[in-house]
Design a protein around this ligand. Structure first.
Ligand code: CA
Ligand code: CA
Length: 506
């Protein structure tokens, strides 16, 4: 019996051991499979691209076949808005999942790692790297580069973004202020291959062609155009003949019903105002150059998407395309960004790939900071901690389902727009307000809160949307600079200097 017992024990031990080994390798294999099977992410960011893309129909002449192709195989959010109408705060918000009002990053500086309270925020690529993704960043994803420890932000870095080939001197006449070198547009003899965005696209193509198959990847590819200077080669200008070019609707006196604070939020900028563009015959050349650059950058998006299509990753990669904010081309008396109207806040946001239906559109409000939690959900990862956006998965599954939460855009503390599926409510730091019915007034030209007889209905709508305004706003983070505006007890301060409330506005 003793022997038998011993035999049985040994036998059991062996079986147990075999089970352990088998069990271990099965669970290892499962972990490996699920890791390898997690969808990859290809994130394409575009700088200063407004809704002048085919999927959003913001300009009738625009030609963006690559973005249209992406839209046809995915979901276009037609009512998506940035959280700040400026590079650094918008990108900081997208990549950290936090609002500018929570980080205090409102200006072109600081970079989050230079702010002690923000330095340990886990950005989107870091989150995916922590979950086994190989992370790659090329071109313009973040705005600032000072204090950058590249290896902490991503595994692999591609080329920096940039203009690339430039003309010997500026093409347009000297612009107001300090004749900023970036304020330029037009064409001159050069090759597409010599542009910064061409190099960024080539890098992304090569990475896609050589991507290891055994781990999921998060590839971020950021294009610079149509950010100024809007240089493109002649062939892109030829797409937009001068004689038949459609000019954007620029309504005379459109700002007669907007408060002074609407000017203070973009007070002293290198981007010329419409009065200067008109006086210098630069309105049409700017519109044409911007369109040419949009089409050129679309062609670079196309090169990257083609490479994905030809790769073994085509069926297992989520593609997301966004722009950091919009751009005015003469509308509401300005060029540039830094406003709280649709021209500045409305952005392309397109998702495609596993878990996203083809050729769908969603008109519910969406925010760019929703991307981080959305991509976590679409890849089956746990929700990251501290997210202020919410996953867009409910809209992806049911595009017509109402989303209660509006899209909020902030330009320096106290100045916000709140956008639902019909209205836009704006409140500035001095309490002045605007309300637009985007259904009957898509150009947002009639401020329904202007004048003496404001309807009770409009007042009630403003009150309802006003409840969404951010509370407990952070003041400017340490190291804030450029395009900052503060409302102090004695008035507005632009970049630290007090504004004359009666200053002449042109
Ligand atoms: Ca930008
Ligand atoms: Ca107006």
């Amino acid at each position: 019996m003793a022997n038998q017992n011993h035999f049985f024990s040994a036998h059991r031990l062996i079986i147990f051991g075999i089970l352990l080994v088998v069990g271990f390798s099965v669970s290892e294999a499962c972990a490996e499979t699920s890791r390898a099977k997690r969808p990859n992410i290809l994130m394409i960011a575009i700088d200063d691209l407004n809704d002048w893309v085919e999927p959003l129909g913001g300009h009738p002449d625009v030609k963006t076949p690559a973005m249209q192709g992406l839209a046809s195989r995915g979901m276009t959010f037609t009512n998506a808005h940035c959280q700040a109408p400026l590079c650094n705060p918008s990108r900081t918000s997208i990549m950290t999942g936090k609002r500018p009002t929570s980080t205090g990053v409102y200006g072109l500086a600081p970079w989050i790692r230079n702010v002690p309270e923000l330095s340990s925020l886990v950005t989107m690529p870091q989150y995916f790297r922590n979950h086994g993704y190989r992370t790659l960043i090329g071109g313009k994803i973040y705005h600032g580069g000072n204090g950058f420890n590249k290896s902490e932000e991503a595994d692999t870095w591609g080329p920096r973004s940039g203009v690339g080939a430039k003309p010997d001197k500026k093409i347009i006449p000297p612009t107001p202020g300090r004749n900023h070198p970036l304020m330029d547009w037009g064409t001159f003899p050069h090759r597409d291959e010599d542009k910064g965005d061409w190099k960024v696209a080539s890098w992304a193509v090569s990475e896609l062609e050589n991507m290891p198959a055994d781990e999921p990847f998060f590839l971020s590819c950021g294009f610079f155009l149509p950010h100024v200077p809007c240089y493109a080669t002649q062939k892109w200008f030829d797409l937009y003949p001068v004689d038949s070019l459609t000019m954007p609707p620029i309504l005379a006196g459109d700002r007669d019903d907007t408060p002074a604070a609407s000017w203070f939020i973009h007070w002293d900028l290198p981007e010329p105002r419409t009065s200067w563009l008109a006086k210098n015959d630069q309105l049409l050349p700017l519109v044409r150059a911007y369109l040419a650059c949009v089409s050129f950058v679309d062609s670079q998006v196309g090169r990257v998407l083609d490479a994905l299509e030809k790769s073994p990753h085509r069926d297992n990669t989520i593609v997301v395309l966004w722009s950091d904010h919009g751009y005015h081309l003469g509308e509401k008396a300005i060029s540039g960004k830094n406003s709280l109207w649709a021209r500045s806040t409305r952005v392309p946001l397109i998702l495609a790939g596993p878990g996203v239906p083809e050729n769908m559109r969603c008109a519910q409000p969406a925010e760019l900071l929703d991307l981080y939690p959305t991509l976590a959900e679409l890849t089956g990862l746990p929700q990251p901690a501290g997210m202020e956006g919410i996953s867009l998965k409910p809209q992806i599954d049911h595009p017509k389902a109402t989303r209660d939460r509006p899209a909020i855009c902030t330009h320096n503390a106290g100045n916000h727009s709140v956008c639902d599926d019909r209205w836009r409510y704006i409140r500035y730091a001095d309490g002045s307000e605007e309300l637009y019915d985007r259904q009957s007034d898509p150009l947002e030209s009639i401020n329904l809160l202007h004048g003496k007889s404001i309807s009770k209905t409009h007042r009630a709508i403003a009150q309802r949307l006003g409840k969404w305004l951010p509370k407990d706003e952070m003041p400017l983070a340490k190291g804030s600079a450029h395009r900052t505006l503060e409302k102090r007890a004695d008035g507005f301060y632009w970049e630290g200097k007090k504004l004359d409330p009666k200053a002449r506005i042109e």
